[in-house]
Design a protein around this ligand. Structure first.
Ligand code: ZN
Length: 487
């Protein structure tokens, strides 16, 4: 039986859904104002693993993962410019152009990582009415106040009736010292109050009418409103990165309790964070390596490109509640491990059965299930697969035999656990990724030939290459160091 670690109770619990056979699951998705990086890959892969495993167990899963496209301010508190609006202003685009552009790119990256799309992907900007209604419910219950057109959660009042901070293990005094006084907080009663609705400043380009002001919802509101809209006032699982535990998820709990008089979420699950060469990801370290940069290998911290499957495998090699540190060496090791697994899988498909088995296949299926049931212990599943790779290689090398029944079982378990549940494309589908590298290499080679032709003043050849590539749909830009291209 599946056990998962519930952040709320700080222990593993047997998973029992509210409605038999059905699971409602909500995961906080990206704020789409930039390309996805490793910090986006980990929750996406973690909850993809859970989604896949729940479906394997026979549940009908409604998986909701939102797109944040309004209300997420720069400083995560209630101050600063809206992240999307700022990008739109800097790029002179319509905010929804920014949203669409980065949503498309996010989908592309997730598809490369073999992350299944969620059942519903609601946008915050498409649920303003639901969010206003949710704020109104909190107002009606007396846990919010209006100040200068903005609506704030009255955390002190709320904390008298409900335990505030229980998810992240904080108390109000801790929170007071954390939420230092920022500009504009004078309209709040207390620094720990958070915005449910913000009145838009005149320069703010994304705003909607509401009973309180022309404005926009507070960042935490969208997940309460959309989670309960699509999954019901109470639902099974809410996931996200550990960094969202406070204030985001803590605020979500407060919003639900205040509006609905009960907690919406039964199991809170959080994946741990990713560090890069031992450092937190941050602007000051210049270590925000986007997924696209990983796939292409074009970031100064990367010694080579890494395929999407290598990234996926690397993340799954650690338990989701452990930290993961990315380094070139660790990724090279993951690449080798994945290659060994792929080789074993492909050999497994080729070997022939004999009358009896001389190799031991053990109870691989039970051991894999046991590991997954133990709070999604993917590294243990992977180690079981490596164990069985030894038996496969023995048979492949002609040093052992395998029976028809054992071979069938082994093929089924590998297909189920490695491919369907871990989502590793061991059947050559990831060669499409390797194909990408080859194709990029070929375009680079052609453009280098063109560069050489230009240096030799061979304008004929230079133009021929450029025209041929342009005709195929490439955009080529000459730069002072050489060239840039895109398709
Ligand atoms: Zn959220």
């Amino acid at each position: 039986m599946l056990q998962i670690y519930n952040t709320l109770s700080r222990q593993k619990e047997y998973f029992k859904p509210l409605h038999e056979g059905h699971v409602g699951m909500y995961v906080c998705g990206p704020t789409v104002y930039g390309d996805a990086h490793l910090g986006h890959a980990r929750p996406a892969i973690t909850f993809d693993l859970l989604y896949r495993y729940l479906m394997h167990l026979g549940y009908k899963v409604r998986y909701v993962r939102n797109i944040t496209d309004v209300g997420h301010l720069e400083h995560d508190a209630d101050e600063g410019e809206d992240k999307i609006a700022k990008k739109a202003r800097l790029e002179q685009l319509e905010p929804m152009e920014v949203v669409q552009y980065f949503t498309n790119r996010y989908h592309r990256d997730m598809a490369l990582l073999n992350v299944l799309p969620p059942s519903i992907e609601p946008h915050a900007s498409g649920h303003i009415i639901e969010q206003i209604a949710f704020v109104q419910k909190i107002m009606d219950k007396g846990y919010a106040y209006v100040s200068n057109g903005s609506v704030y959660m009255d955390v002190e009042k709320y904390a008298k009736d409900y335990p505030y901070g229980k998810l992240s293990g904080r108390n109000l005094e801790d929170i007071v010292t954390e939420t230092r006084e920022l500009d504009g907080q004078q309209e709040k009663k207390h620094s720990f109050d958070f915005a449910l609705w913000k009145k838009a400043a005149p320069e703010h380009i994304m705003h909607w009418p509401s009973p309180w002001s022309e404005g926009f919802p507070g960042w935490h509101m969208e997940c309460s409103a959309m989670g309960t809209k699509y999954l019901g006032e109470q639902f099974d699982i809410h996931g996200g990165g550990m960094d969202l535990m406070f204030p985001h998820h803590e605020a979500e709990i407060a919003q639900s309790c205040a509006a609905l008089g009960k907690e919406s979420v039964r199991y809170w699950m959080h994946n741990n964070m990713i560090t890069i060469a031992g450092k937190k990801m941050g602007k000051s370290y210049n270590n925000f390596i986007t997924l696209e940069q990983f796939f292409a290998g074009n970031h100064e911290l990367l010694e080579q490109p890494f395929s999407p499957m290598t990234i996926r495998f690397f993340i799954l090699q650690a338990h989701y509640r452990s930290t993961v540190d990315f380094s070139n060496d660790a990724l090279v090791a993951a690449e080798k491990g994945l290659a060994r697994l792929t080789e074993a899988y492909q050999r497994l498909m080729k070997i022939k059965a004999s009358a009896a088995s001389s190799v031991e296949i053990g109870n691989l299926r039970e051991r894999c299930q046991e590991a997954m049931d133990d709070d999604l212990n993917s590294p243990i599943v992977i180690s079981h697969l490596f164990d069985s790779a030894r038996a496969i290689n023995t048979v492949f090398d002609g040093k052992g035999t395998i029976s028809e029944a054992d071979l069938k079982e082994l093929r089924e378990v590998w297909k189920t656990y490695a491919m369907d549940i871990l989502g590793l494309q061991l059947d050559g589908a990831q060669d499409a990724g390797a194909g990408m590298d080859a194709y990029k290499g070929a375009v680079d080679m052609l453009l280098n030939m063109r560069l050489e032709a230009k240096r030799n003043k061979d304008w004929g050849t230079s133009d021929k290459i450029r025209n041929a590539l342009t005709e195929l749909g490439f955009t080529i830009k000459d730069t002072k160091d050489g060239f840039e291209w895109s398709l």
